[in-house]
Design a protein around this ligand. Structure first.
Ligand code: ADP
Ligand code: MG
Length: 238
């Protein structure tokens, strides 16, 4: 699904260039659940943004679903991204003046789907995820965990093949983090490839494969044989 060969990326600032990715080789098959770990500044977000076509690379080859991602027009990039990738961020990035359902429906707006149909599809998804009672709530009326689950619903609404999550549990307490990870596992079990950036060991150990970045290089890439025992969950909503 994801194929990266010798990917390099530098950020140029004035006369200085910061070499952030130094020859990344990585293959992720369809249906994998992968964690990307590494200390702050090691290049995790840069790598995820390249995979998600939010950023370009300088050197190497990147194929997503067999398609070479290089020199595509903005329009083509946007269309390919919308059909293949769902993003989840640490800070949820919900639109504050739209309710939960409207936030979930938003990606469909860019596909010229009518408001009625958008809201219907969003509502169906919220129901499937047990979030329907929050549909009319504004983001500031929701807990962090609820906001993140709404953000995950938004990432799923256009039926992507890949979910990319950049420290999705970084702003959540550990109980809520485990609930969000359970959701990612369910999503993965439905066949969607999931990549999760984290610097928390317990979160990484809830995935099947752990990739470690250090200073722009992959220094370890291992199947997670000691997958952590699933925590017993308390109901998140009283
Ligand atoms: P991580 O997510 O692992 O913390 P990042 O990929 O965000 O690391 O950043 C890697 C390095 O690249 C850092 O030194 C960061 O300051 C730098 N960097 C990231 N994005 C930009 C940018 N848009 N312009 C300049 N430097 C950047
Ligand atoms: Mg980062």
């Amino acid at each position: 699904m994801i194929y990266l060969d010798n990917i390099h990326k530098s950020y140029v600032m004035g006369t200085n260039a910061l070499h952030v990715l130094k020859g990344i080789n990585l293959e992720v098959a369809e249906g994998e659940l992968v964690a990307i770990m590494g200390s702050s500044g090691s290049g995790k977000s840069t790598l995820l943004n390249i995979i998600g076509m939010l950023d370009t690379y300088d050197e190497g080859t990147y194929r997503l679903d067999g398609r070479l991602i290089r020199n595509m027009s903005e329009k083509k990039v946007a269309r390919f991204r919308n059909s293949h990738i769902g993003f989840v961020f640490q800070s949820f990035n919900l639109i504050s003046f739209k309710n939960a359902m409207e936030n979930v429906a938003l990606p469909l707006y860019y596909r010229n789907i009518s408001r009625k149909k958008r809201n219907h599809v969003a509502m169906e998804l919220l129901e499937k995820m047990g979030l329907e009672e929050w549909a009319e709530h504004m983001p500031n009326e929701l807990s962090g965990g609820q906001q993140q689950r709404i953000a995950i619903a938004r990432a799923l609404v256009s039926k992507p093949r890949v979910i990319l999550a950049d420290e999705p549990t970084g702003a959540l307490d550990s109980q809520t983090s485990y609930e969000v990870m359970d959701l990612f596992k369910e999503i993965n079990q439905s066949g969607i490839t999931v990549l999760i950036v984290t610097h928390e060991n317990d979160i990484a150990h809830m995935t099947d494969r752990i990739i470690r970045l250090h200073d722009g290089n992959i220094v370890a890439d291992e199947m997670n044989s000691v997958r952590k025992h699933e925590p017993v969950l308390q109901p998140s909503i009283p």
